[in-house]
Ligand binder design. Sequence first.
Ligand code: PLP
Length: 363
Amino acid sequence: MSRPLLATIDISALRHNLTVAKRCAPQSKAWAVVKANAYGHGLARGMRGFADADGLALIEIEGAVRLREWGWQKPILLLEGVFELADMQVVAEYGLDIAVHCDDQIRMLEESRPAKPIDVHIKLNTGMNRLGFKPDVIRAVYERLRAIPGIGQIGMMTHFANAEDADNPGMPLAEQVARFSRATEGLAGPRSLSNSAGTLMHPEVQAIADWIRPGIMLYGATPGARSAEQFDLRPAMSLTSRIIGVQHITAGDAVGYGSRFTASGPMTAGVVACGYADGYPRHAPSGTPVLVNGVRTRLLGTVSMDMISVDLTGIPGAGIGSEVTLWGEGLPIDEVANAAGTVGYELMCALAQRVRVVERDDG
Ligand SMILES: *Cc1c(COP(=O)(O)O)cnc(C)c1O
């Protein structure tokens, strides 16, 4: 018998969530973002679920090569471009699009003299101050790229710091959009701006964009502001397990490492086969929501490497073998992440190698 912990990946949910993204931006093409092993869902599953996307975007060049080998023929974009000169050969051979965010990457393009035309996307730093060129050098960058033999189409892209919190005074969304528009005015080439939050909440941005770049929403989690369900997103990953042990405890009894939860009266604690070595957040405190037999209950005490304890008190029929949902259908990953002081992104990306994965596809 295998350990009962299981991640179920719902391919139909991936497909559905992509249609939600496309509905938000009916005039735009969509790069489905599949970095980090499709946010922990498996790159091949991402490719299948997003078969209708206009392109796939990721960070890892090895993943891009695999996508081509598996038969993906539409565009593939490397969101951070290349990391060294040798990558340029792979980019040309496999027909990858690349972001260009710094002078070093322009130099690599100049030196590599690609045999086949490479489509590039100039990354603008419009206020996030992570990757990208400042707006005032964009025209010079564009001209320099144009002059390189073997450059195909030149696109322009930027990334939002606060699309889920557009009025953030640190950098309002509208300011980033205005800087982008001004810097790229009159330059020919496709433009892409919106991540999930931009796609879901800012239709006005889509008016100046040719492509969107949704990630988290495609996996059924929310980038913020509203719940996934309110955005009509369906969870693509459900992490489920079973109760493997039961303890009947009384007032004053403590549970788990550090004795951080103490019972105030008689109660039943169930042990779930799932711990931080599976990707469950170690910092989740007592009270973090869990479902047992479909009933919402709470985590008790410290998360162990292979187990957690949960409160079974008053749950009809709960005992060894009872079904547990850690997140997914019936329990939004965002709620669990929120309780643990993190984001759904981190939980799904951290799903551990040892967790068995099964697929579901309801068409
Ligand atoms: C990860 C990423 C996205 C997707 O962001 P989400 O918040 O997951 O929608 C879009 N663009 C770039 C450049 C990224 O790195």
